[in-house]
Design a protein around this ligand. Structure first.
Ligand SMILES: [Zn+2]
Length: 386
């Protein structure tokens, strides 16, 4: 692996002499920086207490995260200034159709779901807003005049059409007025993303254990299925039989927030490991954490390693042994593989390297490492090459 040499290159064998710096990644997988399209990024908002500090995601090999609807149109300029712009990791956003964003009773107020305001905000911030999110709308109380069953989905799709961006849907079926089949077979457009696909409330399997044919039908229509694990949206009883029958979600994502970081999600690399332990081949795991999510948010340049792009890279180790994983139903599954992210580069800089694969053994460090600064303004004791 070489970088910032005489000419940038992505190739299997680059002569070490052509590189400014060489990192030995023998036995490891070098992949494009990972992309999590269902994150909740930020500094916490007092209203929701939800979001996980964005740059901490480097530990999973992520170099791009997409906030899934924490923010709506009303706060977006402030959020961009305080969270998106200062983050070292690339932060993009699915804007909540609810102008007040996630985490208050306003999520239930259809006056907050202004498709034109949402679309206008997207058009203004196309560099960082990649789609729209609908979630958490009227999941249990009786229908009434101010709460039509499809309000949130319909307004989100209307805004998606106005701004020409995909909609990510977090959904709770309520038949007969709001059946699940209508969502994926009628309402969602090609390219719209159904997150939380293995949540407890979805009929992934028929009573005979076979995969529900509506999923293949929805896929033929172009509907995208995303993991969106979360604190309450992933069950082995749905995921394992579905994967064994060949239904693999299009993208792997975490729905990582303060309520899921200490389990059951933990992080992106754990979610990828879990999906691999279920039986998805490594190549498909990587594709669904890089190329596919990049395509889903219409940023295909982000999911690849190529000359002329920012060098966003993850270096991953595949370990074999006995490892167990947990779901949102407080059940576990034992598997024989685990992925470990060993190093992350964001825009060509090492931003995560806890075992020092890019570093020199201390006893062999250059002279500067052994120098004690006399004053604070003296050069620090570092082994880092100049
Ligand atoms: Zn979420």
């Amino acid at each position: 692996m070489a970088g910032r040499g005489p000419a940038p290159a992505v190739a299997k064998n680059i002569p070490a002499a052509n590189a400014r710096r060489v990192v030995d990644v023998t036995g490891l997988y070098v992949t494009p920086g990972l992309i999590d399209i269902h994150a909740h990024a930020g500094v916490d908002r007092p209203a929701s207490g939800l979001s996980y500090p964005a740059n901490m995601n480097f530990s999973s090999g992520l170099t791009t995260i997409v906030d899934a609807g924490t923010w709506g149109a009303r706060d977006f300029p402030e959020i961009k200034r305080t969270i998106i712009d200062p983050a070292q990791i690339r932060v993009l956003s699915f804007l909540n159709i609810v102008a007040a964003g996630m985490g208050s009773e306003k999520e239930q107020d259809i006056r907050e779901m202004d498709a034109e305001l949402c679309a206008a905000t997207i058009k203004k911030y196309r560099d960082v807003i990649v789609g729209i999110k609908t979630a958490h709308y009227w999941t249990s109380l009786p229908w009434d005049a101010t709460h039509p069953p499809w309000a949130s989905v319909d307004r989100a799709i209307e805004a998606g059409t106005l701004a020409d961006v995909p909609v990510m849907v977090d959904f709770w079926p309520r038949p007969p007025e709001r059946p699940y089949e209508d969502l994926i077979l009628k309402k969602m457009r090609p390219g719209d993303i159904h997150t939380h696909v293995f949540a407890q409330q979805f009929p992934v399997l028929l009573e005979n254990g076979k995969i529900n044919p509506i999923y293949a039908e929805a896929r033929r229509r172009g509907v995208i299925f995303d993991v969106g694990h979360g604190g309450g949206s992933f069950w082995f009883r749905n995921a394992v039989p579905a994967v064994k029958q060949g239904f693999i979600p299009d993208s792997i994502s975490t729905d990582l927030h303060m309520g899921s970081v200490n389990g059951p999600v933990v992080d992106m690399i754990t979610t990828m490991s879990k999906m691999m332990a279920i039986g998805i081949p490594l190549e498909d795991i990587i594709r669904r954490s890089t190329v596919n999510p990049a395509k889903e948010i219409r940023r295909p340049e982000l999911g690849t390693l190529s000359v002329g792009r920012e060098a966003d890279i993850a270096v991953i180790e595949l370990r074999r042994g006995k490892f167990s994983y947990i779901d949102c139903g407080r059940a576990k599954m034992t598997g024989d593989v685990k992925l470990e992210n060993r190093m992350t580069l964001r825009a060509g800089r090492v931003v995560y390297d806890p075992t020092g694969i890019s570093m020199v053994e201390w006893s062999k460090a250059p002279k500067q490492y052994f120098m004690s600064p006399k004053k604070q303004s003296d050069p620090p004791s570092t082994a880092e090459p100049k």
